[in-house]
Ligand binder design. Structure first.
Ligand code: FE2
Length: 187
């Protein structure tokens, strides 16, 4: 379900190709994640499918400092919830760069990359707790899951706005694209 709503640290592998706005995206995600009075009244949890909500830019401008307004103008900000067991497929974000920060609970991120097309993929996984942020460039491929016992909430920033995303699998050690989806379906 998608709704329109009213109102760092960065790991060395987090951004193989950071965009010029990567620090702005990370700052927006972290600032909002650490403001539960902003997101807590808005977030919903669903057992049947993950819940996502698009945050309204005009109200984000009230929350975020003026130094982030230029980055915000280029971006799209989503609030996501994850009950235990929920997660994404392995995916990228099309041409968008972005960042996400954990606001409640913990999420496990699996990042898969290949130095060159056709080369053996390498992957790392990490558990991200409250306040942890990842930022990434357009070719970033990851999978995010809640493998814990507590519901989780996260804030995601994409710039430019999400348009498409590709899904992947690792087959015989190599990253293979298996589909393309419109943004907003499952990321
Ligand atoms: Fe993602």
């Amino acid at each position: 379900m998608t709704a329109t709503l009213l109102p760092a640290d960065a790991s060395p592998h987090a951004s193989p190709e950071p965009s010029r706005s990567s620090s702005g995206n990370a700052a927006i995600a972290t600032t909002l994640a650490l403001r539960p009075e902003v997101w807590r009244p808005l977030v919903r949890f669903r057992e049947d499918t993950r819940w996502t909500g698009l945050l309204e830019p005009s109200l984000l401008r009230e929350v975020l400092g003026p130094s982030l307004h230029a980055d915000l103008a280029e971006a799209e900000v989503w609030l996501l919830s994850w009950v235990p067991g929920q997660g994404t497929a392995l995916h990228d974000h099309g041409p968008s760069a972005g960042a996400f920060a954990v606001a409640q609970g913990a999420l496990t991120e699996r990042v898969v990359g290949a130095v060159r097309r056709g080369r053996r993929a390498h992957e790392v996984s990490d558990e991200l707790g409250v306040g942890r942020v990842r930022y990434f460039g357009p070719r970033y491929v990851h999978q995010v899951r809640n493998v814990g016992a507590e519901a989780a909430v996260s804030v995601h920033v994409y710039a430019p706005r999400l348009s498409v995303m590709n899904t992947y699998r690792v087959e015989r050690g190599r990253l293979e694209r298996i589909g393309t989806e419109k943004a907003g379906v499952d990321w």
